[in-house]
Every structure is written in C-alpha cells, then in structure tokens.
Design a binder for this molecule. Structure first.
Ligand code: SAH
Ligand code: SF4
Length: 440
C-alpha cells in the first residue's frame, strides 16, 4: 500500500511541475513514506533520517517531509524531536503536499496535516509507476475492523471504496501501458462495497480488461468469503489461484482478545471450503506470536493449526505494541522477548518444512509462469512467478522470452523458497510492448 501511495505522491508532485530524482544529493525536497505497523518499521525511518541529516547540513534549504502512517501515528511526539523535518503529512493529505512545500520554502515554517478523510480515495490521481509487469491498484482505503493489536484504523482512518468504474478505467490504462498483472489492494480488500457492487463483482469486471493476464488481491479478511466470490475465482482463469489468508493466532482465547471475529474452527472450515471450491489453491498467511497473555498452550494451538493447514508460506511476526491501539491500552506486552524468540523460531522451522514439502510436490509438474525479469544474482538466470505466487528460476538461454511473457515451465527442482524450471513449449503469450519492461 505504501509503494502505491508513493506512486500517488509522485504523480501529484509531477502534476505540479516537480521532477522526480532518485539521487538524494540532487533533491530539493526529500520525502520518506513511513509505515507504523511494527516497531522495526519505525526504527528503519530513524535510520534513514540519520542518513538525510548530512544532506540538510549541506543544503539548508532542503525540505524534508515525513509521510504516511508513522507521521500520522506519532504526530506531536515527532514534531518536537525531529527538528530537521519540515513537513508531516498523514495518508489522506497528499494532495496538499505542493502547497505545503511552497509554504515551507516561502516562510521557513513547519507544515503539518494529520486530517483523516472519510472520502479521500485518490481515484482522480493516476499513480506515476515505474514500468513493469505488475501494477498495484488500491481499490479501498482505511479499515473499520479495529483488531486490538493494529494501528491501521488510527493511521489510515475509515474504510472507503472506490467506484467500480474508476478501478476499471485505471486497469484499462494500465493494460495499454503494457502492464500484464494488476494486484487489487485494500486493508480488507474483500470488504469492498461500492454502489451495490461487492468484491466478487469488482474482480469479475477487472478480469474482463483485455491485455491484463493476471489479477491478484491482498489482503482479504477471513470474515468476508462468500461462496459467490470463490465461484468467481474458480470460473475465471485470470484470477490467480492464491489466497493470502491472515490467521494471526490459533487459540480461540487469543483470537477473541485480538477481536478477529472468528474462532480456530471457523478458520479451518473456511480453509476447507476454499480448498473445496478452488482446487489447487495456494494458501499463505500472517501470524503474530507473543500477543499479551499468550501461554505455551495458546502457542501450541497456533502451531497445531499451522501444522494441520500447511500454508505454502507465511509472514510470522513478534507482537509489537502500538501506541493508541486497544491492546496498548488494555493488555500490557507481557510475553518476555526470549519466549517470543523461542516461539517464532519454532514456527519458522515448521513453515520451512511445510514450504519445502509444498514446493517439492510441484517437482515434475508443468506450471504457467509470468516472467518478471532477470534474477538478482545473474543475467543468465531469469525469474517468474506461478499463480500461487512462487518464484521460479530458469535459464534465460533456454528461451527467447521477455518480461511480461507467460511461459510453461517444467519444474525440476525445489527449495523451501524457490522452484527451478525449464521451458517446455513455445510461449503461451508474448508481450507486445516488451521493450518497455527493461526496468522490471
Ligand atoms: N488487513 C490485514 C493485515 C494488514 S497488516 C489483515 O487483517 O489481515 C499486515 C500484518 O501485520 C497483519 O496481518 C499482522 O499479522 C501484522 N501486524 C499488524 N499489527 C501488528 C502488531 N502490532 N505486531 C505484530 N504484527 C502486527
Ligand atoms: Fe489491522 Fe487488518 Fe485488523 Fe484492519 S483488519 S485492524 S488492517 S489487522
């Protein structure tokens, strides 16, 4: 979502005659777009501010701005501590940035805007994206769920959805520019509602856009999975067979304290229903360990649920207490750091075994892969992704493909994180504007 928001900010600035540079030394204005979801996101920003300090020393007129959730969440606290920051703007204030820059340059004063809007959805701003294979589109913003650990409802405000028409017209433009995949974004993307249309209706029309070959979505909440949506998924080959389904915890007591609105059995039933209706679907998840009061028994229940379901991969986080949240006010962060570490290591090991087993099951099969570009390691190897979002590495010399092509690859080896394959036939679909993908 932040990557997408940075693209919105670039677009707003370009419309106001700014030029974007990736070279910090050249810049007259530097923005850091921040995340507040866990404490380590904050720490990263303090590190980056340290790096920017020397630029400010060299150029007294350099304008430094802090954007996004950390700015929104820390508000007053940061104002006093961070003298070098000139602009503070929360996620709903980006249209005011050009005026805020002018004001700082004219008056030398600081600018703050922490107002949250019930309506701002930026659907009138077409993000300035780097060329590539995948484009993000935020179809809704904010969150009304108030899970007790989570800062998002406070930093991003109330849930609001864009119209179907605005999402479709953005997708059409993206297809014309050569993007092959769109990923629909929202904090609870499947709670999408606009003028009588739900998320299933939105997905259906987005897949009708010519030129877009794959559609993904993230993150859905387990509470909004009607059969209608799963039917749309299974009937529509462009929708990738992958659901990222955040579990968070496997103990009913902890799930209730988190206000997740489902029990362990509800979640397992949902997984069974998804696997029933959408055969071969890849499931991934998010887990928080060490939520306040989590006992060994609670943790074992999380372990058992993860072991039973066997997710393809997962993001596992230590609980990080967030200012302003319900958990911050009601439940002291009482699980010792060493216990959190011990538990997270056990889950990492379990997940590694599950991911390896899932990947080894793919060996010998033929999978459709969307080519993303060369691997980070070498020009000779290229990477693509399966529908299940797994990375596949293959030798470039074996095919004359380009980023954006859809290939069929025979999978012949696997590790827990990567599949290795070989093209078995001619391309399924070649890109028409392949040269535009040079920087993917
Ligand atoms: N809207 C999505 C999650 C968005 S945040 C959902 O409801 O699933 C992404 C992930 O960050 C969450 O799924 C959660 O696992 C993790 N997270 C959020 N707040 C956290 C906190 N205070 N401490 C640790 N992890 C947290
Ligand atoms: Fe945070 Fe997701 Fe819960 Fe919303 S649904 S409060 S974004 S964890």
């Amino acid at each position: 979502m932040n990557a997408y928001d940075s693209e919105l900010v670039k677009s707003i600035l370009c419309k106001n005659n700014f030029e974007i540079t990736a070279v910090a030394d050249e810049a007259e204005v530097v923005f850091l777009n921040t995340c507040a979801i866990r404490e380590n996101a904050h720490s990263k920003i303090y590190g980056r501010l340290g790096e920017i300090k020397h630029l400010k020393r060299k150029n007294k007129r350099l304008v430094v701005g802090l954007l996004g959730c950390m700015a929104q969440n820390l508000r007053g606290g940061l104002k006093q501590n961070e003298n070098m920051i000139d602009i503070f703007a929360g996620p709903d204030s980006y249209k005011r940035l050009p005026a805020m820059i002018d004001s700082v340059l004219e008056t030398g004063s600081k600018e703050y805007d922490f107002s949250l809007s019930e309506f701002e959805d930026y659907s009138d701003v077409y993000p300035k994206r780097l060329p590539g294979v995948n484009a993000w589109i935020a179809v809704m913003r904010g969150c009304d769920n108030f899970c007790t650990f989570c800062v998002v409802p406070y930093t991003r405000g109330r849930e609001r959805s864009r119209t179907v028409e605005s999402v479709v017209s953005e997708t059409e433009k993206l297809a014309q520019e050569g993007f092959r995949q769109v990923t629909l974004l929202g904090q609870n993307v499947n709670s999408y509602r606009s003028n009588g249309s739900d998320f299933a209706d939105l997905m259906r029309v987005v897949t009708e856009v010519d030129g877009i070959e794959r559609v993904r979505f993230t993150s859905p909440h387990p509470k909004d999975f009607p059969d209608k949506f799963l039917q749309v998924m299974v009937e529509n080959p462009k929708i990738c067979n992958h659901v990222h389904l955040p579990l968070q915890a496997g103990s009913d007591r902890i799930l209730a304290k988190m206000a997740r609105t489902y029990t362990r059995d509800d979640f397992i039933e949902l997984v069974d229903r998804i696997r029933d209706i959408v055969p071969g679907v890849a499931l991934t998840t998010d887990i928080i360990i060490g939520f306040p009061t989590e006992t060994d028994r609670d943790f074992e229940e999380t372990y058992e649920v993860m072991d039973g379901i066997g997710f393809e991969s997962s993001y596992i986080f230590k609980y990080s207490e967030r200012q302003n949240t319900i958990a911050f006010k009601k439940h002291p962060d009482d699980v010792p750091e060493e216990v959190k570490t011990e538990r997270i290591v056990r889950l990492f090991e379990l997940q590694k075994r599950k991911s390896l087993a899932a990947n080894q099951r793919e060996v010998g099969s033929t999978l459709e892969v969307l080519v993303e570009g060369r691997s980070k390691k070498t020009d000779k190897e290229w990477i693509g992704r399966t529908e299940g979002n797994k990375i596949v590495v293959f030798e470039k010399a074996l095919t004359a493909c380009r980023a954006g092509d859809l290939l069929r690859l025979q999978i012949n080896a696997a590790t827990a994180n990567t599949l290795f394959g070989e093209p078995i036939a001619t391309h399924l679909k070649l890109t028409e504007k392949a040269d535009e993908f040079s920087s993917c």
